[in-house]
Design a protein around this ligand. Structure first.
Ligand code: ADP
Ligand code: AMP
Length: 214
């Protein structure tokens, strides 16, 4: 299965993507995670991406498209993948169509997670991520068993630099302007599945699995 999961920042894409990847045995390809890994390793790509990420802006299309193209050519993507956080502009979506056509592939479904704006800020600001394995928690809705420590590996949890309230507001604006038009783009292609993301983590997961198993 070849999937895209989209939605505003804090909608729950990464949380649901981890579940879907396991359920359907496909790799979870998150462009945000790729940038954060590069930033942690201090690569030129990571340093370039940081300039945009910390301001809540999008990394330029050509940079992101090149990374995704490269990643999709890996062996583990041959039988499917789940793209999380990509595409984020119509230009990226068109580029993705081109890349997949060249590989004789196409997207099966695009999951769009809808969440009211006021909920997004609370979710993103309360997000905590593991500095070592990247697992995501929430201070209120998905808290670890020991405060500030990852259940999976015991490492420290931190707030992402771009999850401060003012940056989250900017990221939501960027989503509305640059990414939301993709809903119409994929709807016209008949690929869109809208998911009510305003429910709890488990309930949203059940909706997604039901929709994909249809
Ligand atoms: P995204 O990848 O869309 O930015 P995440 O999956 O990282 O969003 O979720 C943002 C925050 O909200 C995380 O702290 C996560 O634990 C929490 N979260 C995700 N889905 C839900 C939900 N359905 N209800 C409550 N909190 C959620
Ligand atoms: P995410 O982890 O998906 O919330 O992404 C974090 C940040 O990485 C975004 O706010 C952007 O700065 C950058 N980023 C991730 N994916 C993309 C993309 N497809 N296009 C442009 N920038 C991206």
């Amino acid at each position: 299965m070849r999937l895209v999961i989209m939605g505003p920042p804090g909608a729950g894409k990464g949380t649901q993507a981890a579940m879907i990847a396991e359920e359907f045995s496909i790799p979870h390809v998150s462009t945000g995670d790729i940038f954060r890994k590069n930033l942690k390793e201090g690569t030129p790509l990571g340093l370039k991406a940081k300039e945009y990420m910390n301001k809540g802006l999008l990394v330029p299309d050509e940079t992101v498209v090149a990374i995704v193209k490269d990643r999709l050519s890996d062996e583990d993507c041959k039988n499917g993948f789940l793209l999380d956080g990509f595409p984020r502009t119509v230009a990226q979506a068109e580029a993705l169509d081109g890349v997949l056509t060249d590989m004789d592939m196409q997207i099966d479904y695009v999951l769009s997670i809808d969440v009211p704006k006021e909920v997004l800020v609370e979710r993103a600001v309360g997000r905590r991520v593991c500095t070592s394995c990247g697992v995501t928690y929430h201070v209120k809705y998905n808290s670890p068993s020991r405060e500030g420590l990852c259940d999976a590996c015991g490492s420290e949890l931190i707030q992402r630099e771009d999850d401060r309230e003012e940056t989250v507001a900017r990221r939501i604006e960027v989503y509305l302007k640059q990414t939301k038009p993709l809903i119409a783009y994929y709807s016209e292609k008949g690929l869109l599945i809208s998911i009510d993301g305003g429910q709890g983590i488990k309930e949203v997961g059940v909706q997604i699995v039901k929709a994909l198993e249809k």
